[in-house]
Design a protein around this ligand. Structure first.
Ligand code: TXA
Ligand code: MG
Length: 325
């Protein structure tokens, strides 16, 4: 299963030759290219069907490399990098000259992170440079958390897939903008707001989705084929029964506190009570509903604390309007 030394060398060669490599990280699988090769970076956008204005994350092998990729590192960024890297935290900083505009969607800022996965770190060490990688899914779809998900999603469009098992975190990294005095969370993710606040020593803002102007943060994202409907926890069963009665193949993400005995639906998944288990399995559940032929998923939001904030964010986006720019 897990990629060996031979696979790592091969993947590094593919990157050097301008090819695309799918790589495991602790959050989700990424679709990687040599960050300094504009043609390779452009191919990522073609393969994903992603608009070229959507910026990518540059993955690097260690926090000591940060200065190679950005123009300046404010004290706050240094503090967060030292604390959370390797790990599911992405820092947005001013773009250094090594980063082509193709990777940043034309922005003068760049998103950087050090992934916490032995296969990703071995690849970055063998390759020696930075690897730009969005999640290895088609634009707007659910992110892959296993190598099989990647193959199902991208097939032959990727030159090489490194298998690193199932991703331990399961939702994407937390993105923090540290370009201004006051850091803000652009996307909640694997590092919790509470953990960030503990290290920063003050509260940190999470602007609502409608306030975020960054390209790549559309209302509909992380979405299965099935339509997703969000209701209060106590209404999940009634909503599922209603939809099932009107002819839908209904999937239900049942809150951990409820029992599935009287839920009438095609597929019922009881979500784990632990938020880290829920995060790890969330995208797998959404894929499962599609695989089982559900056309509508009924879910409710977890409490928005800890990893619940990222889970709720992904469920809201999965339920968002499907008119994608
Ligand atoms: O966990 C993750 O972050 C995964 C793994 C593969 O590292 N990657 C990931 O990439 O989720 P992607 O491309 O699916 O999402 C990256 C998001 C973009 O959608 C965009 O919103 C934000 O990062 N982003 C990238 N560069 C930015 C910038 N310069 N300013 C603001 N946001 C940026
Ligand atoms: Mg993505």
């Amino acid at each position: 299963m897990n990629a060996g030394t031979h696979d790592i060398e091969k993947a590094a060669g593919v990157l050097r030759a301008g090819g695309l490599v799918a790589l495991p990280t602790e959050t989700v699988y990424g679709l990687g290219a040599d960050a300094e090769n504009p043609e390779a970076v452009s191919r990522i956008f073609q393969v994903k069907g992603r608009p070229p204005s959507h910026p990518l994350i540059v993955h690097i092998g260690g926090s000591e490399q940060l200065d190679d990729w950005v123009r300046e590192v404010p004290a706050t960024a240094r503090l967060l990098a030292e604390h959370f890297w390797p790990g599911p935290l992405t820092l947005v900083l001013r773009r250094g000259p090594r980063v082509p505009l193709e990777a940043t969607g034309g922005l003068e800022t760049v998103a950087v992170r050090v992934p916490d996965h032995p296969v990703a770190l071995s690849l970055l060490a063998a390759f020696g440079g930075g690897v730009t990688a969005p999640s290895a899914n088609r634009f707007g779809q659910v992110s892959p958390t296993t190598a099989d998900d990647v193959r199902a999603e991208l097939g032959d469009a990727v030159d090489f897939v490194l298998d690193g098992g199932r991703c331990a975190v399961g939702v994407e990294s937390t993105i923090v903008d540290v370009t201004s005095e006051i850091p803000t969370i652009l996307r909640p993710g694997g590092v919790t707001r509470e953990d960030l606040e503990k290290v920063l020593g003050h509260p940190i803002d999470v602007p609502s989705a409608s306030q975020v102007r960054v390209p790549g943060q559309h209302p509909s994202h992380y979405a299965p084929r099935a339509r997703v409907v969000l209701v209060e926890a106590e209404e999940v069963a009634a909503e599922a029964a209603r939809a099932q009665a009107s002819g839908h193949q209904v999937g239900v993400l049942l809150p951990a506190a409820l029992t599935d005995a009287d839920v009438k639906a095609h597929t019922v998944v009881t979500v784990p009570g632990s938020m880290s288990d829920y995060a790890r399995r969330l995208y797998g559940f959404l894929r499962e509903f599609d695989e089982r032929g559900c056309d509508l998923v009924v879910a409710s939001l977890p409490a928005e604390a800890g990893l619940g904030l990222a889970i709720a964010n992904r469920l809201r986006r999965a339920a968002g309007p499907r008119t994608v720019v």
